[in-house]
Design a protein around this ligand. Structure first.
Ligand code: ADP
Ligand code: MG
Length: 549
């Protein structure tokens, strides 16, 4: 039986400090929120013009300007978008957490698509108070008879609305920066933050400093201001419109990496979810033999974060790329993302695309693929170890570099192997003697010299029951033995003598020595360590490393 029903009430004096302090972990996010709102204001106006519900000037020069006034300690975000009437300020600004963006999408959902409207939760505007004491809005709606309005709030729970001063359509958001936010009174800091979050925003963004001389060329002519962003980043285009040069220069400017990428994958899908992006396979950083990836995640051309493990499978974080997914609920917590089925679908779609690209290269451009192999193999092996699905998808495209400087698949190798074992070298210098023995007998071995390879070998063995890997120095291969010319008696005496000799020389209690006659003229003796013992030793070494147990 219910005693009473009603709505919960929220006291803004309690909720406000929470928004200011806890809503966003990064201080600089207010830049993203205010520029997103400005961009939304322009997108909305464009949509109204398109469906003939707004009459404005011909060819409007839509833009966002961020102005720094060091003396007045203000940062102003201006746009010439839709603006607000007094009624709209009351509805969208004075009611915290009432999203005008959602409202707009609801009202116009049949008439225009919702892409590109960024706002969602109706909280972004208040992030301004993370760095400001007072915030002012000067705005004028696009409606022909609209009166301008000014609004002001000192971060407490009251506001003041007065007759407005703005002469043209659009909005200025003026932040009076506090001591806490004083970093944002520095040109460099503001520009960097705009570039971080807004590099691909769909409206041009300009930066201005009050009192700063405009730039001039050598003849004293004014230079036109340059926007800080790229309004149509390459990934938003159709793959057929993009050249190799475009991809390379996008890579360089986005990642500040002047090594050319090896190849790339342009993701572009509308159904069943919206996702665009470009993934690049970078060259290995040869100095450290390491891949240093970076995946930048965007939501409708607004930067959200780097390397979000919940959305991008861990091994793909070794690549470099941008991914834009407007459907992702990015303002919600990471633990939610982890358990979200939709996010899982995105992640498996991306993984599948990467596997498809590798398989296609392997099948149609094997030589090119072999050329990339040294750089990309740690990545592929890591992926195969981390993700069963990925392993299954790319299994047929694994190749191995050999001591003959060729690249072979496992089955190509086994076709020519005399005893169905895969011989491998982990260090071509240290094991040079064994390798030359192999070569002298025209036997092949593969080179597996990356730290990831021991795990990879175990993976391949566990997936292929009849395949055994053996290091070149693990034993004297059957194929390398000759029948001995010594009698049994002679063999025995010689073995005993040598055993004694080694026991003394090495100061060991027990030692097993075997006399073999090998098919090599320039090799007098060989120390071998069986594959199992060596793997055991490697494992012990690993466990005795600090931090491993
Ligand atoms: P959201 O963007 O999620 O809707 P915000 O708190 O960022 O929430 O903004 C609230 C509302 O205020 C917006 O939806 C919009 O209606 C209005 N608004 C904010 N900034 C502007 C602006 N520059 N021009 C026009 N309207 C704005
Ligand atoms: Mg917003």
């Amino acid at each position: 039986m219910s005693l009473e029903k009603g709505s919960l009430s929220i006291h803004s004096e309690n909720i406000f400090p929470i928004i200011k302090k806890w809503l966003y972990s990064d201080h600089d996010i207010f830049v993203r929120e205010l520029i997103s709102n400005a961009s939304d204001a322009i997108t909305k106006l464009q949509k109204l013009v398109m469906i003939n519900e707004a009459q404005i000037e011909e060819n409007p020069d839509y833009k966002i300007t961020v102005t720094l006034d060091e003396e007045a300690k203000t940062l102003t975000f201006s746009d010439n978008g839709i603006g607000m009437t007094a009624e709209e300020i009351k509805k969208y600004i004075n009611q915290i957490a009432f999203s005008g963006a959602e409202d707009f999408i609801k009202n116009y959902k049949d008439k225009s698509d919702k892409d590109q409207i960024i706002g969602h939760f109706g909280l972004g505007f208040y992030s301004a108070f993370m760095v400001s004491s007072d915030v002012e809005i000067h705005t004028r709606s696009y409606l022909p008879d609209a009166e301008p309005v000014n609004w002001k709030c000192d971060g407490g729970t009251t506001f003041e609305m007065t007759e407005g001063t703005r002469e043209s359509r659009g909005t200025d958001i003026i932040l009076h920066i506090t001591d806490d936010g004083k970093d944002f009174l520095k040109e460099y800091e503001v520009k960097q933050t705009i570039k971080k979050y807004c590099s691909f925003m769909p409206v041009e963004i300009f930066f201005d400093i009050v009192g700063k001389e405009p730039l001039k060329d050598a003849d004293g002519n004014l230079l036109p201001p340059e926007p800080l962003n790229e309004t149509k980043p390459l990934y938003t285009k159709q793959p057929s419109e993009c050249t190799d040069e475009d991809y390379k220069s996008f890579y360089q400017s986005t990642f500040n990496d002047f090594k050319e990428p090896l190849f790339w994958i342009h993701l572009n899908m509308d159904y069943p979810f919206n996702l665009k992006g470009i993934l690049y396979f970078p060259r290995l950083n040869t100095e450290f033999d390491r891949i240093e990836g970076q995946i930048k995640l965007y939501n409708s051309q607004v930067f959200v974060a780097d390397n979000i493990k919940e959305v991008i499978p861990e091994f793909l974080l070794l690549l470099k790329g941008v991914i834009d997914c407007p459907d992702l609920p990015l303002n919600v917590s990471r633990s939610f993302l982890q358990n979200d089925g939709f996010v899982k679908k995105i992640s498996s779609y991306i993984t599948k695309k990467v596997a498809d690209k590798l398989n296609a290269l392997y099948k149609t451009e094997r030589e090119t693929y072999e050329g990339f192999w040294d750089d990309i193999n740690p990545f592929i092996k890591f992926g195969a170890l981390k993700d069963e699905k990925f392993y299954e998808n790319v299994e047929k495209s694994f190749i191995y570099k050999t001591i003959e400087d060729t690249y072979v698949t496992l089955s190509e190798y086994l076709e020519k192997a005399p005893d169905k074992k895969v011989y491998y070298a982990t260090d071509t210098v240290q094991q040079a003697q064994y390798i030359s023995l192999f070569k002298s007998q025209e036997m092949n071995a593969v080179i597996l010299d990356h730290p990831i390879d021991s795990a990879f070998i175990s993976l391949i063995e566990s997936k292929n029951e009849d395949v055994k890997f053996e290091r070149v120095d693990a034993d004297v291969s059957e194929a390398l033995r000759n029948n001995s010319s010594l009698t049994e008696e002679e063999q025995k005496t010689l073995t005993e003598k040598l055993t004694d000799f080694f026991k003394k020389a090495l100061d060991l209690e027990a030692i097993t020595l075997r006399l073999e006659n090998m098919k090599s003229e320039n090799l007098s003796s060989m120390i071998v360590l069986s594959e199992e013992s060596r793997r055991m030793q490697d494992m012990m070494k690993m466990y005795s490393m600090p931090g491993m147990n």
